[in-house]
Design a protein around this ligand. Structure first.
Ligand code: SF4
Length: 193
């Protein structure tokens, strides 16, 4: 794999090619969401005779678990959305397979393939679709639209997936998480009403 595109954008006006002003669009039940973004880096290469690409996002902070669960929960949408943008907007005429999408940890050793989202795999010389990616791709639009719908309705629940966040977060005395936890309320940000 070798870098081919750097800081390429989609859905933003006035950017020179290969950026595009076309956005990713998802529509569900009279709700339309348009996504724009700027992708740090796209690598391309050949695997088992097929052209493939990786999407990389430079990250200076701590690591993020990139699992089907975290993506479906709306916690790590950027890599799969950027992969879709490359497939459907930026390199749409190249017939490339999306290979991996993930973070490049600037101060902690770069790309971690084992933490990346895998979309296809090399199965003894054959390129095979990862079933998890097929399922994610089918539900990604639902996840995005439900999250944006909740934001448009002003739903900003107090919730943290880190059970011990109050032990190290400076906002623990003002964010009401202790009160919410004492009531044993639960929140599923992407759950539809
Ligand atoms: S203490 Fe409150 S503000 Fe800090 S991470 Fe936890 S929920 Fe978020």
């Amino acid at each position: 794999m070798a870098p081919e595109l750097m800081e390429v954008s989609f859905g933003r006006q006035g950017q020179p090619p290969p950026s595009t002003d076309q956005w990713l669009e998802f529509s569900r039940e009279q709700q339309t969401v348009r996504i724009s973004g700027r992708i740090d880096r796209v690598d391309t290469g050949i695997v088992a005779g097929h052209s493939v690409f990786n999407v990389l996002d430079y990250k200076t902070g701590g690591s993020i678990k990139l699992t089907p669960e975290s993506i479906t929960a709306g916690l790590a949408l950027q890599p799969p959305l950027y992969a879709l943008a490359v497939m459907e907007l930026l390199l749409v005429d190249r017939d490339l397979y999306p290979w991996q999408a993930g973070y490049w940890y600037v101060s902690e050793g770069g790309f971690r393939p084992r933490q990346a989202l895998r979309m296809y795999r090399n199965d003894e010389g054959r390129i095979e679709l990862e079933p998890g990616w097929e399922q994610l791709r089918a539900t990604l639009g639902d996840t995005v639209v439900s999250l944006v719908h909740a934001i448009r309705r002003g739903q900003f629940p107090v919730v943290s997936a880190d059970e011990h966040c109050t032990g190290h977060c400076p906002f623990s005395t003002i964010c009401r998480i202790n009160q919410v936890r004492s009531l044993e309320k639960t929140c599923q940000p992407t759950a539809s009403e």
